[in-house]
Design a protein around this ligand. Structure first.
Ligand code: ATP
Ligand code: MG
Length: 476
């Protein structure tokens, strides 16, 4: 066998990997395994596999979410494995997200090879650019849309800071403004582009797990720790960048360790004695006013100054309304293609509405609004009734009260929702918020406006529960 196909298998059960690897090896696959999404993402960032097999239920998320992430970056075939008797909605969703197939467990190596081989061969003959040499940049670094003055300044700063590969960058801005996008641009526009970009969300993990993820650990350093110890993100990203998202949420103890790393580029693994030196650029982001936290005493002043060497402030969308049109059209085109709908643009009224909305959720809110509009619009132009904005609702209730209630036309949003039970809408909403907050229960319950125990109960009822991050990372 001359050419080997790289295959990534994401499954929490190590015996599954052990069972299928020999046969898959004979069939020409070089297998890498991951027990959770965090590890899987890291392996993908290291090198894009030719094919992926992912279990639907993982400690830190759903297989489907991984399918969605992969689809944004590669054509590689992806198979989702589910428990026996999967729920049909999950299957439909997986295929809609672009999974090649959904296989019920038990899944045997021969079956995997049978499904994957033709797909991999086809992807290969379709042969885009030569795989290994293709720069990851165009996929990992989506374009930054907009040219209003405020965002032009950000773009200029990105160019400047990309050229100085060791400078620490602090990106501040409201939620949904595009901080992660900027972070990726800083990495992928500079000379570190060919090395890993690794992101970690400081709000999503508790202190111990975050420390172990970031710095790695030595064997036996805590119960449940992998017997061989484990590399942390800093080591894995050597030569590249580590993106510390929501750094404002980091505990004081970890702040001190990060500060030390920023001062002399060395750190110790958890439970380790040896100083490890790596060449990594730290890019940090926060939607908090970090300086306020410094004054309040919850964020270290010395770390703040160390991070703030090259600050980039991403403006709120309402401060650059001139970009709304270009952004909206960009998202509309993208979702129309993804959802295979012939939606061509916005009516003048719809556009006016978008341009006058305040966008408290910034670009992310605009993106979601556009996705929703494409879903509920049957084709042609998006009209105000397709926009799920508070203004639309107000306008509609006005119309409704001015005319007889039974002739008032419900909005597209209302129509789309009418056929669904409150429960199914609630389930989707909870799933959405959980995914957006990466299963951060505190943040998710805050965003949903319910308390944590209610959220837990609902997650259980809908089968959305995932292990606590604690368990997630310890099994990693
Ligand atoms: N200028 C832009 N052009 C195109 N897409 C954008 C732009 N800004 C943001 N987006 C998109 O909007 C969404 C939110 O952006 P991103 O995740 O980078 O925001 P964020 O500031 O990190 O948000 P949070 O604080 O909630 O983590 C993403 O889908 C991103 O691709
Ligand atoms: Mg972010």
């Amino acid at each position: 066998m001359t050419s080997r196909h790289s295959l990534l298998i994401v499954d929490p059960d190590p015996s599954f990997l052990a069972d299928v690897t020999p046969t898959l090896g004979v069939e020409g696959f070089a297998v890498r395994g991951a027990s959770d999404l965090l590890t899987a993402r890291r392996l993908v960032d290291e090198r894009m596999p030719d094919a992926v097999v992912v279990e639907q239920r993982l400690a830190d998320g759903l297989g489907i979410d991984f399918v969605r992430e992969l689809r944004a970056r590669t054509d590689a075939p992806v198979i989702v494995m589910t428990a026996m008797f999967p729920d049909t909605r999950a299957v439909v969703e997986a295929v809609r997200e672009g999974a090649l197939d959904v296989l019920e467990k038990p899944v045997f190596a021969e079956r995997l090879a049978g499904v994957l081989l033709p797909a991999v061969e086809e992807a290969r003959t379709r042969g885009d650019a030569p795989r290994e040499s293709a720069p990851p940049s165009d996929l990992s670094r989506p374009p930054i849309i907009g040219d209003a003055g405020a965002i032009a300044a950000v773009r200029e700063q990105i160019t400047r800071v990309a050229a100085t590969p060791s400078t620490t960058v602090l990106i501040q801005g409201e939620s949904g403004t595009g901080k992660e996008l900027v972070a990726r641009a800083v990495h992928f526009d500079g000379r570190r582009a060919k090395r890993p970009f690794m992101a970690i969300n400081c709000a999503a993990l508790n202190e111990n797990i975050l420390e172990a993820e970031l710095f790695g650990y030595e064997k036996g350093s805590f119960t449940g720790a992998n017997t061989n110890g484990k590399q942390g993100l800093l080591e894995a990203a050597d030569g590249g960048s580590v993106f510390l998202d929501e750094i404002g949420e980091m505990s004081p103890g970890l702040q001190a360790k990060v500060l030390r790393f920023l001062q002399d580029s060395t750190f110790k693994r958890v439970g380790g004695v040896k100083d490890i030196r790596v060449d990594v650029r730290i890019i940090a982001a926060t939607n908090r006013e970090l300086w306020d936290d410094v004054r309040r005493g919850t964020f270290r002043k010395d770390l703040f100054f160390r991070l703030n060497v090259m600050p980039i402030r991403v403006p709120a969308l309402r401060e650059r309304r001139g970009d709304v049109k270009a952004l909206a059209e960009h998202f509309l085109r993208r979702f129309a293609v993804d959802l295979r709908k012939s939606v061509t643009g916005f009516s003048l009224d719809a556009l006016r509405m978008l341009e006058s909305h305040d966008w408290p959720g910034n670009v992310r809110e605009l993106r979601n609004t556009c996705e929703y509009a494409v879903i509920v619009c049957d084709g042609g132009l998006v009209e105000p009734r397709h926009l799920a904005l508070p203004e639309t609702r107000d306008a509609l209730s006005m119309t409704a009260s001015e005319t007889a209630p039974n002739v008032a036309a419900p909005s597209g949003a209302a129509l789309a929702l009418r056929d669904r039970s409150i429960k199914s809408v609630e389930e989707d909403l909870i799933r959405l918020v959980l995914n957006e907050t990466k299963f951060n229960i505190t943040r998710a319950s805050r965003e949903l406006g319910i308390n944590r125990s209610t959220l837990y109960a609902k997650m259980k009822a809908y089968g959305l529960e995932t292990a606590e991050p604690l368990e997630a990372a310890q099994t990693a």
